[in-house]
Ligand binder design. Structure first.
Ligand code: SF4
Length: 346
């Protein structure tokens, strides 16, 4: 795919990129699916290019994901298997024994420099497996053995994509009829209008990732500022959502303790913390394999930090990470009962 119009001016900072999803690749099998038809109906100006297999586009060699993110294509595909997985060891399980995540969408509209997806995927484009019903059927099998806690927005940001994909609404409808299912919808988006368009379900926890503005500006590219995320949290509480605050990953930027301390001031001032469902705290960590890929694809301060390695996971040295964790537990401990604060540690 050409990322840029051929008549682009020479100046690199003036290059007009095509808008996101102005190109849609679609497997033949996906095109016939009602969910694909619905998505395409919302993209009337998109150029639709048929392909045999999404891997022809997504997995081809020598891609530049960071560049592709400036003009993301959408790839519609049909998965030949249900995409439900047991939670990974580096993920917070919030005390749930039967913890799963789903991956019907691969990749994200945001562009965080520390994002592990850069270590997983060779492409910056977004794949949507439209046969969500197969994932639902697999979850029904899992639920027949007992309650399950399922994160549906790990390898993407489904709420940010909701105006284009409508998948959150599908998930809420599914969860609403399954009393033993709890969903976590994790997001950095901040659209109150999108949230208002969705039904509220007590089966769904809205998990908002909060970061200090210096971290957002430096490395969470295209994401909303802290004030907007806090406004969404406040609006979600008013609408009746269960709201989880995720201070994860915390990043050891310059003056990190002071930077995060100020952020907790802003959180405390903006939110009625007694109404917050729970909170999670975690330092940045990444598997050895993903960091290796990330370093070659995106050499930057966060990927080339001198981490320590424990059991295949890179993490901050204790003297760097511990003060940040202590700060988070002290500040949150003053606002929430300790049993509603979940800490991920190596
Ligand atoms: S919002 Fe999350 S999934 Fe999206 S780029 Fe950032 S870290 Fe990755």
């Amino acid at each position: 795919m050409s990322l840029m119009h051929s008549d682009s001016p020479a100046s690199a900072d003036k290059i007009p990129y095509r808008s996101a999803f102005s190109v849609v690749y679609a497997e033949e099998a996906a095109l016939a699916h009602p969910r694909a038809q619905r998505i395409l109906a919302g993209l009337p100006d998109a150029e639709v290019i048929r392909c045999r297999d999404y891997r022809e586009i997504f997995n081809r060699p020598h891609q530049e994901p960071a560049l592709q993110k400036k003009a993301q294509a959408l790839i519609l595909a049909v998965s030949d298997r249900a995409r439900v997985y047991p939670g990974a060891p580096v993920c917070q399980d919030f005390g749930n024994d039967r913890f799963y995540y789903t991956s019907d969408v691969m990749n994200c509209v945001f562009d965080c420099e520390y994002c592990y997806l850069q270590g997983m995927y060779p492409s910056g484009h977004i794949v949507v497996f439209v046969n969500t019903e197969d994932t639902f059927a697999e979850l029904d099998t899992i639920l027949s053995d007992g309650p399950a806690y399922v994160c549906i927005s790990y390898d993407t940001d489904l709420l940010a994509l909701e105006p284009k994909l409508g998948l959150v609404a599908d998930w809420i409808a599914f969860a609403s009829e399954r009393p033993t299912l709890t969903l976590e919808l994790r997001t950095k988006s901040a659209s109150c209008a999108v949230l208002r368009s969705l039904p509220v379900s007590d089966r769904v926890i809205l998990a908002l990732t909060l970061s200090p503005d210096p971290v957002i500006r430096a490395m969470e590219h295209r994401t909303p500022p802290l004030s907007a995320r806090l406004a969404l949290a406040s609006g979600a509480l008013d609408l009746g959502w269960k709201v989880r605050l995720c201070f994860d990953p915390m990043i050891a930027v310059h003056n990190a303790v002071a930077v995060y301390d100020k952020m907790f001031d802003e959180v405390a001032a903006a939110l009625p913390m007694e109404r917050i469902h729970d909170a999670s705290v975690g330092l940045f960590r990444i598997s050895r394999e993903y960091l290796k890929e990330m370093r070659s694809r995106r050499p930057c301060a966060v990927t080339y930090y001198p981490y320590e390695l424990t059991d295949g996971v890179y993490h901050y040295p204790t003297e760097i990470g511990e003060p940040l964790v202590e700060l988070a537990l002290r500040r949150l401990g003053a606002m929430l009962p300790r049993d509603r604060i979940f800490l991920w540690s190596v």
